[in-house]
Design a protein around this ligand. Sequence first.
Ligand SMILES: Nc1ncnc2c1ncn2[C@@H]1O[C@H](COP(=O)(O)OP(=O)(O)OP(=O)(O)O)[C@@H](O)[C@H]1O
Length: 639
Amino acid sequence: MVTTAPRESAGEQGLVRRVVALFAPYRARLLLIALAILVTAGLGIVNPFLTQAVFDDALFAPGGANLGLLGLLVAGMVVIALVSGLIGVGQTYLTTLLGNRVMQELRDRLFAHLQRMHLGFFTSTKTGVIQSRLDNDVAGVQSVVTETASSILSNVVTVVASVIAMLVLSWQLSLVAFVLMPVFVLLQIRVGRVRRRVAASTQVSLSDMSAITQESLSVSGVLLAKVFGRQEHEIDRYRTENARQTDLQVRQTMTGQSFFAVVQAFFAITPAAVYLVAGYVGTGTGGAVLSAGTLVAFTTLQSRLLFPAVNLLRVSLDVQTSLALFGRIFAYLDLVPAITDPPGARVLDTAHARGSVEFDDVWFHYPPAEEDESVTPGPEDDREPTWALRELSLRIEPGQLAAVVGPSGAGKTSLSYLVPRLYDVDRGAVRLDGYDVRDLALTSIAQVLGMVTQDTYLFHATIAENLRYAAPDATDDELVAAARAANIHDRIVGFEQGYDTVVGERGYRLSGGEKQRLAIARVILADPKVLILDEATSALDTVSERLVQHALESVMDGRTTIAIAHRLSTVLAADVIFALDGGRLVESGTHAELLARGGLYAKLYAEQFGAGAIEARCADGVRFRDGEVIHQEPQPEVA
Ligand SMILES: Nc1ncnc2c1ncn2[C@@H]1O[C@H](COP(=O)(O)OP(=O)(O)OP(=O)(O)O)[C@@H](O)[C@H]1O
């Protein structure tokens, strides 16, 4: 099986390149934003020069105040402020739109990619951890993506323009103002590294919290905690992680704060230093070099520089922090789905599919579980894997009912997973209508194949919506027909809202039997040529079990069916029975043939089916073949 190893893990440069690539489709818009920024920054620079002129040429002109010029200069200042404001609004709109579009695409890509991942990925990763990548990590880079690009550009432009203007005004004063800049930049890079490490830990902690919430606040989780009296334990688990999260958040925010305080203090002190130097420079050159206007313009520029300079430092810190998050997002995007369509995948002609299924010397083992937060595979393991299925060869003809039996852990469910390619075989082949399933398009397999599993999954939606999941275009009449065939229609119309009843998360408002019958109605609507069903009866009570049995009889009719059999009627009706043990096929044949052989099947038949007396074993008792039901003693309640 192909592993889920990510492609080359990207270094910092590679990461930055990939982040930049996210913006590539929006070049034109970026250009427009850049233009807006350049214009506003340019206009911003004009102001101090106007100020200089106000002081030196208008207010304190050598020949007395020049009020006409003053009026013009002031009008210029007003116009510049207004135009800058307007451009600013347009620019904010463009950057917000751009950033959010990039985020939208990132989320879409991640979700679509995760949808395509193989089942094994989900069985070995906590749902909460997966959700956290989509929610917390993507949300974590949101502000960086939406604000950073424009923020960097506008700040860089402002800083560069201001610096040039300051140099033009006085290179000596500029020297004073910039003397510590290289030190700040170096410090900033160090702070960024620390922040990035803390950010990575924060995200791991966030994802652990999501996993705890998802596990313990789901209906099943709450039920488990309540019946075992483990709420306090769950609360503690959450509290501990939450405390860790708080620590990390505080550390993340505080990393670099003292650095920023130093930078701000430096900027605040600089004007004083500038006045001092101006005094000396002025004195040294007879006071001719630095006019009052130049000094005012220079200090205006210098204080205007504070905001963009600190911003730039902050933003680059945020960018470094967000690289940790981007790394996590890209790591998921780089996971290679183990099961995909082959190039030139064959599409089955659904209308003419016959529905034969063949296992040809199949060997299969489950992939090793991956660590929750590490998507990097461990070193190759040379040990012989634990085979769930080995040397398995069998054939089911179109329209046949095949019953698969065997003790717990024999490999029955694993066998059923290989036909729809939920997993791929390690050796040998599984064939559908003579084609290796690995050569078929996955959608094509899904059209031919239906599955009713032990664990019925329903969405938190109405009954009609849940049914239409299988056939979005089904009419109301078709819905009713399917529900009737599945023995559930009468129950549905018994609900106050009928087919519009919302079933609750995972269908928790329905009984186990009702859920199973809904699942059967759903598969009837899909009308597959091949049906795989897990008959597990142990979760049903004897009454529901009987209703489900009737529903199953109608769904099996006219299709190739592979049933993981738990009912006597199924094994008796089966055209062929396959008995598995330890992942191997140990017997196959009809009920009569296998009984006569006196092997594994005969033993199971005696134990599970009471040598023909027991139809099914249920949660509340045993249903006998003659219709009699014996209820078991109720289990003692859990304290
Ligand atoms: N996701 C998985 N990862 C690793 N091993 C698994 C996984 N699922 C099942 N197994 C193992 O594979 C073997 C076959 O399991 P399988 O579920 O196919 O048995 P089964 O015959 O359906 O059992 P049961 O009747 O109890 O459902 C078992 O040893 C089981 O522990």
